[in-house]
Design a protein around this ligand. Structure first.
Ligand code: ADP
Ligand code: MG
Length: 234
């Protein structure tokens, strides 16, 4: 579904990604893990068209997208839930969700998707007429993910969805991601929480200082010496 081939990205003259390649097959849950500053958010920003690589290519459903504009990429079926769960504080939860569907014309379909989101995240249904500012951190993350799903993406990209959440809430968010995958949406997640996420995913990539240093099945990576030493302190 998504093929990233040898992309390199700089901010001004500072290299941030170097020759990064990975792929995501339809229906998979894929994670890119790495420490703070490794370049995880930059990878997602590059796929979204917010940053352009000076080398390499990105194909989505067999079409090159590395030069496309962000709105064109959304229209092709990629939703990006950025870091920091930005939502509109002064709008209601329902309004926030409907903004996620602004590219959809079919109102009946939008209403259906909204109901699906309320089933996936019951708290959003309960609070649908409350302002965004009334939500806790965990609820904001649920809203940010649901808003991304309102566009009915083929590929959902999540940037550290559990950052700053309590262990219980981050478990809840990760469980929701599994449910989303089961319902047929492909997921690409970037995370610092190496152990939690590698347990779940089909395929994992380890990013270190802008380079992919390892890849494999989540369970294989977790068992590998490099990962255990570098990230788990074992
Ligand atoms: N807009 C920017 N301008 C210059 N440097 C940036 C910018 N955004 C991120 N960086 C730098 O790029 C590197 C990778 O950042 P980022 O992709 O945010 O990493 P991660 O998400 O893994 O923490 C870091 O060294 C960061 O300081
Ligand atoms: Mg980041």
């Amino acid at each position: 579904m998504l093929k990233v081939k040898g992309i390199s990205v700089r901010y001004d003259i500072i290299p941030v990604l170097e020759d990064v390649s990975f792929s995501v097959q339809e229906g998979q849950f894929v994670a890119i893990v790495g420490s703070n500053g490794a370049g995880k958010s930059t990878i997602l920003r590059t796929i979204s068209g917010l940053v352009h690589p000076f080398q390499g290519s990105i194909d989505f459903l067999d079409e090159p997208i590395q030069a496309a504009k962000p709105y064109e990429i959304v229209a092709k079926g990629i939703s990006h839930v950025p870091e920091g769960r930005r939502i509109f504080d002064k709008m209601t939860i329902r309004e926030n969700l409907l903004i996620g569907a602004h590219t959809k014309d079919n109102q009946a379909e939008v209403r259906n998707t909204l109901q699906e989101m309320f089933e996936l995240f019951p708290i959003l249904k309960e609070r649908q007429n409350k302002k965004g500012e009334t939500l806790s951190g965990g609820e904001r993350q649920q809203l940010a993910i649901a808003r991304g799903l309102m566009a009915k993406p083929k590929l959902l990209m999540l940037d550290e969805p559990s950052l700053g959440l309590s262990p219980i809430l981050s478990k809840k968010v990760i469980q929701a991601c599994e449910e989303i995958r089961r319902s047929g949406t492909t997921i690409l997640m970037v995370e610092q929480k190496v152990t939690e996420i590698l347990k779940l995913v089909d395929q994992g990539y380890v990013l270190q200082r802008g380079k992919i240093i390892r890849e494999g099945k989540g369970s294989e990576l977790l068992a590998s010496d490099t990962i255990r030493k570098a990230y788990l302190g074992l």
